[in-house]
Design a protein around this ligand. Structure first.
Ligand code: FES
Length: 140
C-alpha cells in the first residue's frame, strides 16, 4: 500500500460534546490529523443509517459518530440510538465485504479535548492500515 495514502474520514459530532471537545482541542493547540472532516449535528440521534451508508458509498474511507457520554445525551437516548445504527451499518458493511472497522461510535464529553484528538489519531491510523475504501473497486 502507498505510504502516501491520506484517508478521507467523516466525523458526525454532537454539538454538545464532541464538537465542543473539538473546539477545546483546538484551543489547547492539540495536534490531530487533518484527515477528519467534522460535521456538527444537534445530537447523534439525528445521524441516520443512510447518512453513514451514503458517506461510504460516496467514497469516504472511514466514518465515525461521536456523541455524549452514555446517560448524558441532551435528548435522552440519542447516543444509544446512534450506537445501534452504527452497529447495524457495521453488520451491513461486513455483509457487503467491506471492513466494518471503517465505521465507529465514540462517546465523550465537551471537556475531553485530548480524547477528541486521540480519537482522530486512532481512526486515521486504523483507516491507514485498512487502506483506501474498496467501494470504488467494488463498483467498478
Ligand atoms: Fe449529544 Fe445526544 S445530545 S449525543
Amino acid at each position: 500500500m502507498s505510504q502516501d495514502f491520506e484517508p478521507q474520514i467523516l466525523a458526525f459530532c454532537c454539538k454538545y460534546c464532541a464538537y465542543a471537545a473539538a473546539d477545546l482541542a483546538g484551543s489547547m493547540r492539540l495536534n490531530y490529523p487533518p484527515n477528519i472532516k467534522v460535521i456538527q449535528v444537534p445530537c447523534t440521534g439525528r445521524v441516520d443509517i443512510i447518512f453513514l451508508l451514503r458517506a461510504i458509498e460516496e467514497g469516504a474511507d472511514g466514518v465515525y459518530v461521536a456523541g455524549c457520554l452514555e446517560g448524558e445525551c441532551h435528548f435522552v437516548g440519542g447516543n444509544l440510538r446512534a450506537r445501534k445504527r452504527v452497529n447495524y451499518v457495521k453488520k451491513t458493511l461486513a455483509e457487503l465485504g467491506i471492513e466494518p472497522e471503517r465505521v465507529e461510535m465514540f462517546n465523550l464529553s465537551s471537556a475531553m479535548g485530548p480524547r477528541f484528538a486521540e480519537i482522530a489519531i486512532e481512526m486515521t491510523d486504523r483507516i491507514k492500515k485498512l487502506g483506501p475504501t474498496p467501494v470504488c473497486r467494488l463498483a467498478g
